[in-house]
Design a binder for this molecule. Sequence first.
Ligand code: UD1
Length: 422
Amino acid sequence: MDKILIEGGAALRGEIQVNGAKNAALLIQCASLLSHHPSTIRRCPPLTDVRTMNRLLAHLGCEIAFDDGALRVDPGQVAQHDLEAPYDLVKTMRASVTVMGPLLSRHGRARISLPGGCAIGARPIDQHLRGLEALGAKVELNHGYVELSANRLVGNRFIFDKVTVGGTQNLMMAATLARGTTVLENVAREPEVRELAIVLNKMGAKISGAGTSTIEIEGVDELFGIDHAVMPDRIEAGTLIIAAAITKGDVLIRDAPVDDMHAVLSKLEDAGILLEPTAAGLRVKGPESLRPIDLETRPHPGFPTDMQAQMMLLATQAEGQSIITESIFENRFMHVPELNRLGADIIVNGSSAIVRGPTPLSGTSVMCTDLRASASLVLAGLVASGRTELRRVYHLDRGYASIETRLKSIGANIQRIGGDHG
Ligand code: UD1
């Protein structure tokens, strides 16, 4: 297993381009299953999650070519295959369950391994299944797999009990080829839901309301392939802003999707970070000292849970006490013990973490536990004195493409070394 070494203390300077959004790309990959025509997905980030989804699509019978950021998916032969998402793929990436809606809608059947527990909490899929049942799917649980079937889905009104991003996207995709009109209420309003609606409409779907809490989908008989460039990644952009700020750097972040980042940008400004939108991108200047921040994670347009761990690291460098509350996932504070080992002062009390700063951090070996926890450890390494060694960096590679090359290009002292380090 690779590890990443960081010598802290270098101020980041220069320019960096934001990559395509992981959570948008994964869903566009799933959406390609709704047609029998090929689709091309451009600005597709070279991440392990994207490659895992490619493995799943290939397993379902798609032909895949992924070259230089352009991903071509040809789903023409899918009907001849077992339409199954096996346990090995679903357990490594939960987003695999979002092939359920497209497969069921287009082919009338799907067999998906239950995702089971995951490091950041239980993450059930009850809302996905209830919604698909409302559209007429027969749902059975056998031997750890969900088996779904339907002749043709039928449009209906469905109200989510809980706001779920993947559930909204699964139902939206399922309803595109259903007979009649579907109205989904209490849906997720994340930018990636809006992006998926844009893509589906390009394919020939009739979806309105994405980005609000009610989405209406008029079913159509057929969808077509598309050529689409993935939106920029708001979570990668947020992580890069914090990297620039905590190192007291000065970085231009090209293509930062500021309109989708209000909650994050306003907290960063509260912390004293200077953010200047320019024609070329968002310019970030780190202040001499940071102010503490209080925040609670919420569905969009609230503060995103995928930025919580990185903000906690920022809080360790602020002058005073910050309170960070996680209300989307249970057990999403796995970075806390590792940050404390580096010298942070963080106490967890239920779903809140109390962070007292500023604490100087000093480098040591740390273990990545999940994707965003790993991002907070990279940020910690950038400000810690001496050398920080990150192990199990495969968690990081799921969502940040070549993080060491990218951070090095703006002045970080960081390198990856390959080998078996546990
Ligand atoms: C997506 C994102 C992930 C992000 C999360 C929340 C992708 C590929 N992943 O994950 O990065 O952290 O949104 O913004 O886009 N829930 C249920 N029943 C369900 C579905 C969800 O109770 O049927 C719960 C979950 O356990 C969780 C909450 O709802 O507590 C939100 O989960 P959800 O929005 O579905 O997250 P994902 O779509 O898995």
